[in-house]
Ligand binder design. Sequence first.
Ligand code: OGA
Ligand code: ZN
Ligand code: ZN
Length: 400
Amino acid sequence: MLAVDKKHPASRESPMADLAPMQTARTIIALEHDAQGVALRWDDGLRSRFHVLWLRDNCPCPQCRHPQALERTFMFIDHTAPSIRSATLRADEVLEIEFRAGDESHLSRYTKGWLRAHGYSENEPRDRPCTPQLWDADIAYRLPCIDYTDYMQTNAGLRAWIEGVKTQGIVLLRGVPQQPGQLLEVARRIGPVRASNFGEHYDVVSMPNPNASAYTSMGLELHTDLANWRAPPDVQLLFCLKSSVMGGESVFADGFRVAEDLRAADQEAFNLLSTHDIEYRFHDDTCDIRTSAPVIEVDREGRLTRIRFNNWLRGVMIGPEKLIEPMYKALATFWGMLRNPKYRRELRLEPGHLIAYNNNRVLHGRAPFDASSGERHLQGCYLNQEDVDSALRLLERRQA
Ligand code: OGA
Ligand code: ZN
Ligand code: ZN
């Protein structure tokens, strides 16, 4: 029996049980199969192979994926290993496969756009949207700036903002109405804000009895926020409501640029900072939040994934004994580079400016200010990278 369930037609018009439209202009020009897999040849010469179990596991039919939730319900572990009995390419370029597993048969269909998007063979083109573009002080000429109304009301404005955060790691919104609630409006266009011990959002003002350096009029060295959290917030938003004080200018640096230059110039310092943990801590009357992690984090391929640097949250240096001096030396090298004007982009935030940046990449700081010379009021909050990426995928879904 061919097990195609007619009782549960996919309710959401998604032939591949996926809400993302997957189309390709490419054509499949040849199909070969045996019991263990399928090989497709495309009109641009690409050859894609798909294994039998992989194909069976990814069947999009309503028996294998929940027809409304579209999530996988098929559990390959509960089935005999399948083999391919037939594979045909329909006139509409849908690949139809009949599987056999013991006494069971199953018919699965795959669109060519989905197959093209999910191929895993050698030379398969990899879609990597928004690759980071590293910068130094010259971002003065390239700092992405977007008008508030474009961002709030148009898909193009929203997309430009997201691409700025993902590519340059920093983007400035201008013309944000100077009302305290606007910060969260801007944030929620992307997704829910990421709360912390400082609340859902926080007011950066110089206050009596501050529990954090930010709430003083001191200068703040370049830093990343919440370095004491195991997963620091991904994107920080800072909204300027008032800035009539003397001083208080902002400064930003691309931590990935600095870390790459460190890797090239001083491999030993880079290795130490990327393999040995530093302790970070924040504590006040209500909390004591600590973590240990390297200053520079890299993935399995050695690509930079996170910079975590914050001198006032830095805890006591931990051993082993032989690394204490080399760690101070490596830290001083990295910190010294951060102070080099060549990496620093200075900027005065004016009322109505809202700057957002990747807190795992771009460090921020400010000059000291004279609190008696006027007013200074910023508001801040954070977003998760997952929500930023999701907002981009939703835009792509709409535009397709
Ligand atoms: C912060 C911060 C910078 C500023 O609140 O995290 O670094 O300009 N503020 O006050
Ligand atoms: Zn199925
Ligand atoms: Zn900060």
